[in-house]
Structures are given as C-alpha cells and as structure tokens.
Design a protein around this ligand. Structure first.
Ligand SMILES: [Zn+2]
Ligand SMILES: [Zn+2]
Length: 154
C-alpha cells in the first residue's frame, strides 16, 4: 500500500503535480477498494469517512487528473455511470471485464488474450494499437451455479 502510494506520488511529480492530502485520501480509497469499480460519488462517500472536509468537486478533479495521467482508467458499463479503475502496475493494456447481466457483478481478466486480434487489426487496417477496452456481458459463474441448483431441485 505505502509503496504503491510512493510510486503514484512519483508519477504525479514527474508530471509536475503534488500528492496533496486531498489527492492522497482519494488514492487511498481507490487502493483499498481495488476490486471494486467505484463511481465518483462512491469514492467521495468513502473519502468523506476519513476526510470529511473534502468536497465532491475536489474528489472529481482528482479522479480526472489520475485518469489523465493513466493511473486510473475511466470505464462505463452501459448504465450511464462513469467508474474509476486503477490500472494494473506495469500493464501495457487495460484489463478486460465480465459484467453479469443477472447480479451486476464485475469480474476482471488480467490476461491480455488479444495479441492475435491486435496483430490482425494492425496489419489489415494499418493501425497502431495503444490500448483497448473489452467488456463481456453475460451470466457469471455464481448465477450459473445457482440456476443449475434450481433446475436440479425442480
Ligand atoms: Zn476493472
Ligand atoms: Zn451474476
């Protein structure tokens, strides 16, 4: 945790930004809830628990700055809400998401898996790929298991 904060601090410094206490409080919430995909509102409510003096506008500006510096990625799963997701350290590409249409759970795939597809796109469209977003919509293994249990008992 502390070493990751140190590294994020350095990333900010190299772009001439400071890790102010407000920014640090926001970064801590993102690190503590790394598994989640929090909206600006969610982050704000969590930041407020430890730093009640921070306003939503400050949290929002910090999230935008972190997005600009590619420390977090902004994602949208089609519900109209922007969510903020910490980038995996050292990852060349953004991880993929599995969004369950039954329970709303969001699982992550850290493996890239797209090397072959990217090679085709780069060759055929003469396009240099820098990143990608991939979201699968479907039924998660938990909901699938539940449905199978119901079926067996029917
Ligand atoms: Zn994610
Ligand atoms: Zn599910």
């Amino acid at each position: 945790m502390e070493t990751r904060i140190e590294r994020i601090k350095k990333q900010l410094h190299s772009s001439s930004y400071k890790l102010t206490p407000q920014r640090e409080a926001t970064v801590r919430v993102l690190l503590e809830n790394e598994e989640d995909h929090l909206s600006a509102e969610d982050v704000y409510l969590l930041v407020k628990e430890t730093s009640p003096e921070i306003g939503l506008a400050t949290v929002y500006r910090t999230l935008e700055l972190l997005t600009e510096l590619k420390i977090v990625d902004k994602i949208n799963f089609g519900d109209g809400v922007s969510r903020y997701d910490l980038r995996q350290e050292g990852a060349a590409h953004f991880h993929h998401h599995l969004v369950c249409i039954e329970c709303g759970a969001v699982d992550e795939i850290q493996e890239d898996l797209l090397e072959d597809v990217e090679a085709v796109v780069e060759a055929r469209w003469n396009f240099i790929i820098k990143d990608h977003r991939l979201t699968f919509h479907g039924i998660c293994h938990r909901c699938k298991d539940k449905a199978e249990v119901v079926e067996k008992n029917a």
